[in-house]
Design a protein around this ligand. Structure first.
Ligand code: 1GP
Length: 253
């Protein structure tokens, strides 16, 4: 089954997933990476997202290789630009930054990367990428040269997601940006959830299990957590417990 179909199936059952984001730039050493991979496996993480808005190192392939050698958790590329394509991953979020008005990130980079992707076996997941303001300027907002949607403009976010879905995008990723001061608020997530049927991925600044619960209740299907694990890898246990509890509740009812 494709990753997208598995996401759809889980969504239809109300089951939630967790994705661990690894930014190749922030991998300090092989031991730290291995620890995180092992921890993810022990805690039944569903996906690895690999990428970053500015990847300055050349270890993307090594990071993917290390994950693939160690565990069977699917690796999904989360590319900041067309240079971050690694054929040995399983899938690629083909992101169109629909919250912004930078043509390069709406379609330009896609034109450049399409023929390269065509020559790989990567599963392409067309994804509407929406940046939501989180207080301070994040790397992704700066690098993408776009203005995130203000975090109280609920209908703006809803209409953006709706348009993305009408354009045929198969998932929506709402992101406050890595290490965001404020995670995306529940009302904002719910506003988007109410108007689209595609799987909803939510990330940025999620650094506690209570924030996970709030995002799940608001309608997120996949929770992405990256930055917080760099300092506190053990947080993953709390977070995955929340997801497990949520999914168990479905089994009981
Ligand atoms: C960033 O959504 C991801 O693009 C994850 O954010 O690193 O803050 O967890 P964090």
């Amino acid at each position: 089954m494709t990753i997208l179909n598995s996401l759809r199936e889980k969504q239809s059952l109300g089951k939630k997933s967790i994705a661990v984001l690894i930014d190749p730039d922030k991998v300090e050493d092989a031991a730290g990476l291995q620890h995180l991979i092992n921890l993810a496996s022990e805690n039944c993480v569903d996906y690895f997202f690999v990428g970053g808005s500015l990847v300055t190192t050349t270890n993307l392939a090594e990071v993917v290789k290390k994950i693939k050698e160690s565990v069977s958790i699917p690796v999904i590329l989360f590319p900041g630009n067309s240079m971050q394509i690694e054929p040995s991953a399983d899938a690629l979020l083909f992101l169109s930054l629909i919250s912004g008005r930078n043509p390069e990130l709406l379609i330009g980079q896609h034109v450049i990367s399409a023929p390269i992707i065509r020559n790989t076996k990567l599963e392409v997941i067309p994804t509407g990428y929406m940046l939501i303001s989180s207080g301070k300027t994040t790397s992704v907002a700066y690098i993408s040269n776009t203005t995130p949607i203000p975090d109280d403009k609920y209908s703006l976010a809803a209409c953006t997601a709706m348009a993305g879905e009408m354009l045929g995008l198969q998932a929506i990723y709402m992101d406050a940006g890595s290490g965001a001061e404020k995670e995306i608020n529940a009302k904002m997530i719910a506003s988007v959830r109410q108007v689209v049927k595609v799987p909803l991925i939510v990330g940025g600044g999620i650094n506690s299990s209570s924030k996970v619960t709030s995002a799940l209740a608001a309608g997120a299907d996949v929770i992405v957590i990256g930055n917080a694990l760099e300092k506190h890898p053990d947080l993953l246990t709390d977070v995955s417990e929340k997801i497990y509890e949520w999914n168990q509740r479905l089994v009981k009812h």
